[in-house]
Design a protein around this ligand. Structure first.
Ligand code: ARG
Length: 457
């Protein structure tokens, strides 16, 4: 017997019940559902819609239902359809006909909207903690291993020498923006839909502001139809999660690459790797690969949430029941991936000597010759060509820049002399880049301070 069966004689088929129930997903928010009902009961009592003793009895019954759900002593069944009806049915089994008063001046539409906003408030706070942790891990890594010289790549070809710290800070800034974006989105969850009813409000003298206050919201959703029909607050959280997953996935990809024998720049902590069932030597970076793979899931969640509301007439439509699976998955996946990524950074080791000798004489110093000539007054375009000719000269002889002499330089341009060779030092090349945001260590340190300040907020 459903709670809405008055106008039915037979009721929905078994298949329809199975098709339409959402209990598995809803069970993720039973705490929020009960909290919403508690606040609603309190408000009903305070405004005099029900006697205070009845409100207290409802709250008492609800707290018992909550305990049962937590302990597993009682679990909803298929016929309950969703968590709202499950809780109300169980409450009614406990408190009798009084349970029927709880649904005064509310609908499942505003109930579910409230539950999800409460869920998001709680989970976004946890996600914020994990993003903060990851940011801290990256900054600690800059402090400990940042002064490791690596090639900076464009097109995955060696470009210019940089400090590892410079590279890691690029990610740190991305993560700090993810954190900012999700905090901003969190502010917009902070409005209570409860009391909107089905979509038109209610004739009963409820106090929506009081319910909002009891639930810890800083205000109400002003329009009852907006309260039950809008999902943009979920979409923006999921969009922010999708962007964060892009950052995590790029980082994961680099960790996968860097931990290959070919790059050999990092060694993953054992706890984030797995072995192979056939190749005994293997220690695979599965955690990073999974982060990369899970980004795809979150993009799918965002797509689902956007398409679900496109051309959906106001107000509530049952399509919207699908929102929670996508939203919860996006947030839970981003949360888990952020935590795993933090764990990987906290435990990996950096092979600091990896590129030290290799980068001396490497063509990734070609820009240095061009910049040296610019200092002597040559236009950059011409200087670029001269340096390019020197690369070609070396390549034709199968040598690197270490083979260059003052004479060879002079043959290539009258302005070039032996002192240009001093610029062909990768550490000096990185350290010369002191422009704001450049790789020079002063700039790396300055950004670490800036980010540490953000971190503390
Ligand atoms: N389980 C439903 C959902 O998640 C709750 C709202 C149901 N409302 C309705 N009018 N059938 O959207």
């Amino acid at each position: 017997m459903a709670l809405w069966d008055g106008r039915f004689s037979g009721g929905p088929s078994e298949e329809m019940l199975r098709f339409s129930e959402s209990l598995e997903v809803d069970l993720q928010m039973f705490e929020e559902d009960v909290a919403g009902s508690m606040a609603h009961a309190t408000m009903l009592g305070e405004v005099g819609l029900i006697p205070q003793e009845e409100a207290a009895a409802l709250r008492h019954g609800l707290s018992e239902v909550l305990e049962e759900l937590r302990s597993g002593a009682w679990a909803p069944s298929l016929s309950h359809e969703d968590i709202h009806m499950a809780v109300e049915s169980r409450l009614t089994e406990k408190v009798g006909a009084l349970g029927g008063k709880l649904h005064t001046a509310r609908s499942r539409n505003d109930q579910v909207a409230t539950d999800v906003r409460l869920w998001l408030k709680g989970h976004l706070a946890i996600l914020d903690q994990q993003l903060t942790r990851l940011l801290g891990a990256l900054l600690d890594r800059v402090d400990s291993d940042g002064r490791t010289l690596i090639p900076g790549f464009t097109h995955l070809q060696r470009g210019q020498p940089i400090w590892l710290g410079h590279h890691l800070l690029a990610y740190a800034w991305m993560i700090s923006r993810d954190r900012e974006r999700l905090r901003d989105a969190a502010r917009r969850q902070d409005r209570c839909p409860l009391g909107a009813g089905a979509m038109a409000g209610t004739p009963h003298p409820i106090d929506r502001h009081r319910t909002a206050e009891l639930l810890g919201f800083s205000g109400v959703v002003e329009n009852a139809m907006d309260a039950v029909a809008s999902r943009d607050h979920m979409q923006e959280v999921t969009a922010a999660c999708a962007i964060a997953m892009t950052h995590l996935s790029r980082m994961a990809e680099e960790l996968v690459m860097w931990s290959t024998r070919e790059f050999a720049l990092v060694r993953m902590g054992e706890s984030w790797t797995t072995g192979s069932s056939i190749m005994p030597q293997k220690r695979n970076p599965d955690a990073a690969e999974l982060v990369r793979g899970k980004a795809a899931r979150v993009y799918g969640d965002l797509q689902a949430l956007l398409v679900m509301t496109k051309a959906l007439p106001l107000a509530y439509n049952r399509d919207l029941q699908e929102d929670k699976a996508a939203l919860f998955d996006a947030v839970n996946t981003t949360l888990a991936s952020t935590s795993v990524m933090a764990g990987m950074w906290e435990s990996l080791t950096v092979n600091r000597a990896r590129y030290t000798s290799e980068l001396a004489g490497d063509f990734l110093l070609a820009t240095e010759i061009a910049d040296w000539l610019v200092n002597r007054g040559l236009p950059f375009r011409d200087a670029h060509r001269v340096s390019g000719k020197l690369v070609a000269w070396c390549e034709a002889r199968g040598v690197g820049f270490e083979a260059l002499t003052a004479e060879v330089l002079a043959e290539h341009h009258p302005l070039l002399d032996g002192s240009a060779l001093e610029w062909l030092d990768p550490v000096a090349a990185a350290e010369r880049r002191t422009s704001t945001g450049g790789t020079a260590w002063v700039e790396v340190s300055r950004q670490v301070l800036q980010l540490r300040e953000l971190l503390s907020l």
